[in-house]
Design a protein around this ligand. Structure first.
Ligand code: NCD
Length: 356
């Protein structure tokens, strides 16, 4: 049985198959209208969401299935202190597949280790957001017609923005990808993501200058500064207006550059850009529903009661994770688990390197 915790759980071939399937669903929706009859999706959202939760729910309804769940932690037993592990075990009794969003890095992996049904990570803290990346990939395919030889600018909060972490991992597997990482110094890409690019020999540059970067880009992926993940509210106030994409800035971009944004937008894209045909972000949100339909179909077809995730060999339990947002900080009796990555040991849940 399969879960989707990290975008790297899917091979490049599987990514292609999922986008093929989504395109077929778009062309022939009637052929899928009963595909999930009698099946239940549980949406467990411990953190706010509009697009991700509603697109999952719309996806399941359009497949003829049912949806149960909650949309805030306050209305679940998490507010009484229930662990993620127990919640996953309980929901496995009531549903066929789980989509879960949680404020803690690594929470989705804990759910998958304890559930007896497939778990889809709908965002774990500032760590990963693989189904947003699936929506991004379908958008790239529809807007650009290819996945290879693209120069992709990622702009904004690259530290806490989970969508860009998953997108880098996915796009690092295609030929000719280049990244331009555009952020304030304080919100640079975390080292575990930079490591992926280095491992895959993906050229990247880091800059704070959007104007200087824009002319070379095939895709500009804007992100929101993630207010809820800042430990220091003053730092957020200082950085919140770092970038605003305007029609004037768009004038320097390629005629066929695509602007993506996972949304919600706060102020980082001027509303005046929406009328530009290169603004793909509302189309991207619609693509999110179709690709989630394709994903639900795939994971339900592969569900067979076997454990969804098995632990890799050679883990260490004698180190401590120092990431204050990691699920190991709050989950009852969750053992520390560290995996070797090159010359460092990384927390299995959040990928933060162990301090030496
Ligand atoms: C993103 C998220 O939740 O990480 N939103 C989404 O799922 N479309 C981006 C964000 O919140 O800024």
């Amino acid at each position: 049985m399969r879960s989707l915790i990290d975008i790297m759980d899917l091979s490049v071939q599987e990514l292609d198959e999922l986008t093929d399937k989504a395109l077929d669903i778009i062309a022939h929706p009637e052929q899928y209208a009963h595909a999930c009859e009698g099946k239940k999706l549980a949406t467990l959202f411990f953190e706010p969401s509009t697009r991700t939760r509603l697109s999952f729910e719309a996806a399941m309804y359009e497949l003829g299935g049912h949806v149960i769940g909650f949309s805030e932690a306050a209305s679940s037993s998490a507010s009484k202190g229930e662990s993620v592990a127990d919640t996953a075990k309980i929901v496995s009794c009531y549903a066929d597949i789980i989509a879960m969003r949680h404020p803690r890095d690594g929470a989705a992996l804990v759910a998958a280790l304890n559930a007896s049904i497939p778990v889809i990570n709908a965002g774990d803290g500032g760590h990963c957001h693989p189904t947003q990346t699936l929506a991004d990939l379908l958008t790239i395919r529809r807007e650009k017609g290819r996945f290879d030889h693209l120069t992709i600018g990622l702009c904004g909060d690259l530290k806490y923005g989970r969508t860009v972490h998953s997108l880098v991992n996915a796009m690092s597997r295609y030929q000719g990808t280049r990244f331009v990482l555009i952020s304030p110094e304080e919100l640079r890409m975390p080292d575990y993501v930079l490591q992926t690019m280095a491992d895959e020999h993906i050229p990247y540059t880091e800059t704070a200058d959007l104007d200087g970067a824009i002319p070379a880009l095939d895709i500009l992926y804007m992100t929101r500064i993630q207010r809820e993940r800042f430990a220091d509210p003053e730092q957020y106030e200082r950085l919140k207006d770092s970038y605003v994409l305007t029609p004037e800035k768009m004038a320097a971009a390629k005629a066929d550059m695509a602007v993506l944004h996972p949304l919600p937008r706060v102020n980082e894209i001027s509303v005046a850009v929406d009328a530009d045909p290169r603004a793909a972000y509302f189309r991207q949100a619609l693509n999110g529903k179709y690709i989630r339909m394709a994903l639900i179909l795939k994971l339900l077809a592969e569900a067979d009661g076997a454990p969804a995730v098995t632990l890799p060999e050679g883990l260490r339990a004698d180190l401590r994770c120092h990431n204050r947002r990691c699920i190991t900080q709050t989950e009852q009796e969750l053992p520390q688990r560290f995996e070797q990555a090159k010359d460092v040991w990384r927390c299995l849940y959040c990928q933060t390197a162990a301090e030496r």
